[in-house]
Design a protein around this ligand. Structure first.
Ligand code: NAD
Ligand code: IPM
Ligand code: MN
Length: 366
């Protein structure tokens, strides 16, 4: 167990359901702090539409400065229809922050809980036992290439460099070494030049540095089909920015709800950014309906990857597993709980785990 310490966590609630899920997650982290003797100092800053409304900027400089100085950053979501057509877009804030923090690898893990397999629109026997992780390249590709616009013409440039591909490929292969040893690299090498470079570089990094890992290449269109047909076959999925965005929302359906999926965005050094994969869910915002589990599991990834607190991360994950098994879930999973009560159920789960641990120690002493 790690020695008690003080950590500075920047929280960016953002828009829509973002404030609800981040506030619920702060409560969970505070309880973890109480149990393990850590102090988490939270400071909230503006991003997205909230930043546009308050100061006319989706990514105020003081938010960037606070994030770079923090131990880790927890984000809710950005965006919403009220900012469509405006001069600035909320999404610019998130993209700019990822770039400013150098977060090139976005990890999106999915394990399908046996108790929730029936919630997927796919057959239980297809989704049960799925355990995969997407490595999405996060600071390159069509998201960040030059954009042009005239009244009757628009372009988005898709660009990748060798070092950009190498670093995310290495991260994916390293993770595969700790898992089942298989990487599926997804591209569109039959059409796109960036994909042909992607495939070449991934193959070389594999050959030179990770020859023991099983590597397969897949084209993104058929991959979208295979993910629904045989998702259990995948271990680590490595792909570029846009394909990773799309495929990870598709994969979320295997687990029963997009509201369950966490993510970690990491660079080579410095704080990481942790956020659920879902968006601001404007249709349910402000109604205490959002599933907070994706954000709570993102906090577990924050504890593990940015703070090195493995036991603490594990106790959040164990509590979430217990809560899901008990059916204490929000409406997206067929339950009756609101955001607040779902988070309180996780807090009760953490308390129960700790009580059981303390009890075992006492019995041992007796
Ligand atoms: P969305 O993920 O916000 O919502 C898609 C559907 O999933 C909706 O029906 C929503 O109610 C549901 N959903 C999402 N999160 C949920 C949760 N926690 N609990 C229960 N149900 C949940 O995607 P969208 O509607 O396409 O996008 C809405 C806005 O969010 C857009 O402005 C988009 O740009 C933005 N967005 C932001 C992020 C981010 O901040 N990382 C990610 C995706 C989309
Ligand atoms: C995500 C979102 C973002 C993305 C948007 C909001 C910029 O969809 O985090 O998955 O496309 O990366
Ligand atoms: Mn997305």
């Amino acid at each position: 167990m790690s020695a008690p310490k003080t950590y500075n966590i920047v929280v960016l609630p953002g828009d829509g359901v973002g404030p609800e899920v981040t506030h619920a997650t702060k409560a969970v982290l505070s309880v973890i702090g109480d149990f393990y003797g850590h102090t988490f100092n939270f400071s909230e800053h503006l991003i997205g539409g909230a930043g546009i409304d308050a100061v006319g900027d989706p990514l105020p400089q003081e938010t960037v400065d606070a994030c770079l100085a923090a131990d880790a950053v927890l984000l809710g979501a950005v965006g919403g229809p009220q900012w469509d057509g405006g001069k600035r877009r909320p999404e610019e804030g998130l993209l700019g922050l990822r770039k400013a923090m150098g977060l090139y690898a976005n990890l999106r893990p999915l394990q399908v809980s046996p108790v929730l397999a029936h919630r997927s629109p796919l057959k239980k026997e297809i989704v049960e036992g799925v355990d995969l992780i997407v490595f999405r390249e996060l600071t390159g590709g069509i998201y960040f290439g030059e954009k042009t616009r005239t009244p009757d013409r628009a372009t988005d440039l898709c660009e990748y460099t060798v070092p950009e591909i190498e670093r995310v490929a290495r991260a994916a292969f390293q993770t595969a070494q700790q898992r089942r040893g298989k990487v599926t690299s997804v591209d569109k090498a039959n059409v796109m030049e960036t994909s042909r470079l992607w495939r070449e570089v991934v193959s070389r990094v594999h050959r030179e540095e990770f020859p023991r890992i099983e590597l397969e290449h897949a084209l993104v269109d058929s991959m979208a089909m295979h993910l629904i047909r045989k998702p259990r076959e995948y271990d680590v999925i490595l792909t570029e920015n846009m394909f990773g965005d799309i495929l990870s929302d598709e994969i979320s359906v295997l687990g029963g709800s997009i509201g369950l999926l966490p993510s970690a965005s990491l660079g080579s050094s410095g704080p990481g950014l942790f956020e659920p994969i879902h968006g601001s869910a404007p249709d349910i915002a402000g109604q205490d309906k959002a599933n907070p589990v994706g954000t709570i599991l993102s906090a577990a990834l924050l504890l593990r990857h940015s703070l090195g607190l493995e036991d603490e991360a594990g106790s959040i994950e164990a509590a979430v597993a217990a809560v899901l098994s008990a059916g204490a879930v929000t409406a997206d999973l067929g339950g009756t709980l609101g955001t607040r009560d779902a988070a309180n159920a996780v807090i009760d789960g953490i308390s129960a785990i700790h009580w059981a641990a303390a009890h075992r120690v006492q019995m041992h002493w007796a």
